[in-house]
Design a protein around this ligand. Structure first.
Ligand code: SAM
Ligand code: FES
Length: 342
C-alpha cells in the first residue's frame, strides 16, 4: 500500500497483496483518503459530465454477460437515425453537456462512412464539444477514419486482462490479444483512451484483478470505466451473483492512486446496485458521471443488465437529479469538455 501511495511501479504479487486487504477498514480508509486528496489536487471539486447516447443495440458479438448479445432473441433491437442522434446532442448541449459519448453494440449497419458522417456533423455543429466513441473492436484504419473526422476519445473496456478469464466471459471468436491491440492502436492514433472492467464478473479472482491493475499500469489510459457486474436474465450468467459495491469503491480508490489524473466515472451500474452508488463512487475517487441522453422511446431497449436505473427519465430530469445529488456530497457538476489534465 505504501508503494502504491508513493507511486512506485508495482508487481502482480504486490497488487495481489493490496487486493487481499480490501476488507481491512483501516486500509480502505487510507486508500480512500489518498484517492480524494489526489482527485482534489488535480480536479478540485469538479465533476465532469458526459452525455451518453446509446444509439444501437444490434451487436455481432456474443459476450456471455451482456443483455444485447447477438444470441439474445428476446432483445428488441433498435437503431437511432442520424437525425435522432443529432437531436440528442442538441438537447444535451442545451442542458450543458460538452462531451457526447456515442455508444453501441458492434453494429455493421453503421459503416465507417456513416459513423464518419455522424462524427463530422456533431463536430461541425458543436466544435467546442468532445466526441467519445464506444463502438467496440475495429481495425486501425477505421479508428483512423473516426479520428480524422474529429473523434477525441474512445472507450473500450478490456473486460479482463487474464487470458483464461477472458475465455470465461467471451466466446472463442473474441480474444484478449485483439482487445489489447485495439487499445494500443487507439493510443497511437492520439485518442484519449478508456480501458476498464466489470467488478465481480463470473470467474474473477484476486489474481485476475491484479492482472487488470498491472495492465492499467502498463497502458496508462486517460480514462478507466469500472462498475459492478449485474446479471441479465436472458444471458448465460443469469444465475450468477452481482459484483459488490464495496469492492467497486475500493478499486476506484486504488485506480485513482495508480493513475492520479485519470478520468474515472461513477457508473450507472454502481448506481443500479445502490441508490447512493454514484455519490459513494465520487467519494471514493471518481470524477465523472455519464447521464443518459438517449431518447426515452429506446432507452429501455439498451438493456445490458437487469434493473438499470434512469431508463424512464428525460435527459433534463437526469441532469437535474444528478446536479442535486452531486452537490449533496460537496462536488459540482460542470459544463466543460473535461479533458484529462496532463
Ligand atoms: N460494444 C462496445 C464495447 O464492447 O466496448 C460498447 C458497448 S458494451 C455494452 C459497454 C460495456 O457494458 C461493456 O464494456 C461491459 O463492461 C458493460 N456491460 C455489459 N454487460 C454488463 C453487465 N451484465 N453488467 C455490467 N456491465 C455490463
Ligand atoms: Fe456486443 Fe454487448 S455483446 S455490446
Amino acid at each position: 500500500v505504501d508503494k502504491l501511495i508513493q507511486r512506485q511501479k508495482l508487481t502482480k504479487e504486490e497488487f495481489i497483496e493490496i487486493l487481499k486487504q480490501q476488507d481491512d477498514p483501516d486500509i480502505r480508509e487510507l486508500l480512500k483518503e489518498e484517492a480524494i486528496r489526489l482527485r482534489k489536487h488535480y480536479y478540485g471539486t469538479k465533476v465532469f459530465t458526459r452525455g451518453l447516447i446509446e444509439f444501437t443495440n444490434h451487436c455481432k458479438n456474443d459476450c456471455y454477460y451482456c443483455g444485447i448479445r447477438r444470441s439474445n432473441k428476446n432483445a428488441k433491437r433498435f437503431r437511432l437515425s442520424q437525425e435522432d442522434i443529432l437531436a440528442c446532442c442538441e438537447n444535451g448541449y442545451e442542458l450543458g453537456f460538452r462531451t457526447f459519448v456515442l455508444q453501441g453494440g458492434e453494429d455493421v449497419w453503421y459503416t465507417d462512412a456513416k459513423l464518419v458522417e455522424i462524427i463530422r456533423r456533431i463536430k461541425t455543429l458543436y466544435p467546442e464539444c468532445a466526441v467519445t466513441l464506444s463502438v467496440g473492436e475495429k481495425s486501425y484504419e477505421s479508428y483512423k477514419a473516426y479520428k480524422e473526422a474529429g473523434a477525441d476519445r474512445y472507450l473500450l473496456r478490456h473486460e479482463t486482462a487474464d487470458e483464461q478469464h477472458y475465455g470465461v466471459l467471451h466466446p472463442a471468436e473474441m480474444s484478449l490479444a485483439n482487445r489489447k491491440q485495439c487499445l494500443y492502436d487507439l493510443k497511437k492514433l492520439g485518442y484519449q483512451v478508456g480501458a476498464g472492467f466489470m467488478v465481480g464478473s463470473p470467474g474473477q479472482s484476486v489474481e485476475t484483478l491484479a492482472e487488470d491493475l498491472l495492465f492499467l499500469q502498463e497502458l496508462q489510459p486517460q480514462m478507466v470505466g469500472i462498475g459492478p457486474f449485474i446479471p441479465h436474465h436472458d444471458t448465460c450468467f443469469a444465475e450468477k451473483s452481482a459484483g459488490s459495491v464495496e469492492k467497486t469503491l475500493f478499486l476506484l480508490s486504488v485506480i485513482r492512486i495508480l493513475l492520479p489524473t485519470v478520468l474515472l466515472p461513477a457508473t450507472t451500474a454502481l448506481g443500479t446496485m445502490d441508490p447512493q452508488g454514484r455519490e459513494k463512487g465520487l467519494l471514493a475517487g471518481a470524477n465523472v458521471v455519464m447521464p443518459n441522453l438517449s431518447p426515452l422511446k429506446t432507452r429501455k431497449q439498451y438493456d445490458l443488465y437487469d434493473n438499470k436505473i434512469c431508463t424512464g427519465e428525460e435527459a433534463a430530469e437526469c441532469r437535474e437529479c444528478l446536479d442535486k445529488r452531486i452537490e449533496s456530497v460537496g462536488y459540482q457538476l460542470v459544463n466543460e469538455r473535461g479533458d484529462a489534465v496532463l
